[in-house]
Design a protein around this ligand. Structure first.
Ligand code: GFB
Length: 316
């Protein structure tokens, strides 16, 4: 990929797309094409066709998607399947028709069966039933993987798929209902501290285990694979380490400096009991995550506090 190659980062305003764009710019790529969703609705087949025919990008990072935490996935089930299938179908098909040299598709660790053996190897895909709360999203992502593989098999397209674990970092969504657990808890602890609330509500039992990867590491992996990996077989991207939601809450509590109580609301769903990726494949290719969870969470807490324009919430 030449430094002046035309690269389309789809979803550049989201957490993943913005991290990929930052990473590309840092490496000196100087011909990045972007469109806001207002300028180009990726669900609109005709608009996507016109965009590809006009712009003719050479490389594509497909980071545009409808995403959210356990509540959003479970509530907006139709939007999660429709938006994601439509966006990825339009972008992948137009990439093929317009001679894109290589495309990176972003999946998710929720594509694997709910009770897959841990840590989850790439081979466990489609060996069991999915977690019901995010089945529509997972089915859409599985369709994206299969589409990339089908276009490789029939047309020889170099479209690769990576499966990130749960992500966090700059430009995350902090909506209390629809966010993922890590940003939601940062906000809850932050507001509880500022408002002097005696407790913070944590959804579920606190016992599910999750793995968290900083989005800058994911962007690094996406570029690494764009440059070094040419197979339609999926690749996991994670740290290889997980922790319970309770321990994540304790870490965030410490970073925010909140001294109140943690209360677990077991009326809320736990979701998958454990979701840890086996990352030996990407490690053997020569890539490893670099940002430790505590370091990453401290940075995000600090950034969140700054954004709220309030001082005094220094990490630690
Ligand atoms: O991050 P999260 O929403 O998604 O929730 P998943 C992870 C765990 O944290 C669940 C608990 O056990 C939640 O019950 N949790 C505790 C909370 N407090 C909170 C809170 O305030 N907000 C949220 N959101 N959770 C998603 C999938 O699953 O993971 C998506 O739905 C996607 O499809 C994403 O794959 C990465 O890890 O359970």
């Amino acid at each position: 990929m030449e430094k002046n190659a035309k690269i389309f980062v789809a979803g550049h305003r989201g957490m993943v797309g913005s991290a990929i764009k930052r990473r590309l710019e840092k490496e000196g790529y100087n011909n990045i094409v972007i469109r806001t969703s207002k300028e180009l609705d990726l669900r609109d087949q005709a608009a996507v066709r016109e965009f590809f025919e006009t712009e003719k990008p050479e490389y594509v990072f497909l980071a545009a998607a409808k995403v959210g935490g356990i509540h959003a996935n479970n509530t907006y089930r139709a939007e999660f399947i429709y938006d994601n299938i439509t966006i990825q179908s339009n972008v992948i098909h137009q990439s093929y028709l317009n001679g894109v040299k290589k495309l990176v598709f972003l999946g998710s660790s929720c594509i694997y069966p709910k009770f897959a053996p841990q840590p989850m190897k790439e081979e466990v895909l489609l060996t069991g039933a999915l977690e019901p709360t995010n089945e529509p999203y997972a089915i859409a992502k599985i369709a994206g993987i299969k589409m990339c593989q089908a276009y490789h098999a029939q047309y020889g397209c170099n479209y690769i798929s990576l499966m990130p674990t749960n992500l966090y970092g700059p430009n995350d969504n902090y909506d209390l209902q629809n966010a993922h657990v890590l940003p939601a808890l940062i906000r809850k602890f932050y507001e509880a501290k500022v408002e002097g609330k005696p407790y913070v509500e944590i959804w579920g039992t606190g016992s599910p285990r999750r793995e968290f990867l900083h989005v800058d590491d994911l962007a690094d992996a996406a570029l690494f694979l764009m440059l070094n990996y040419d197979s339609p077989e999926i690749v996991n991207v994670g740290t290889g380490e997980d922790l319970t939601i309770r321990d994540l809450a304790l870490l965030i509590q410490k970073c925010i400096g909140y001294t109140g109580e943690l209360r677990f609301n077991t009326d809320k769903p736990d979701g998958t009991p454990r979701k840890l990726l086996d990352v030996s494949k990407i490690n053997n290719l020569g890539w490893k995550a670099r940002i430790g969870l505590e370091e990453g969470v401290r940075a995000v807490c600090r950034e969140y506090a700054q954004q709220r324009k309030l001082s005094g919430v220094e990490a630690g």
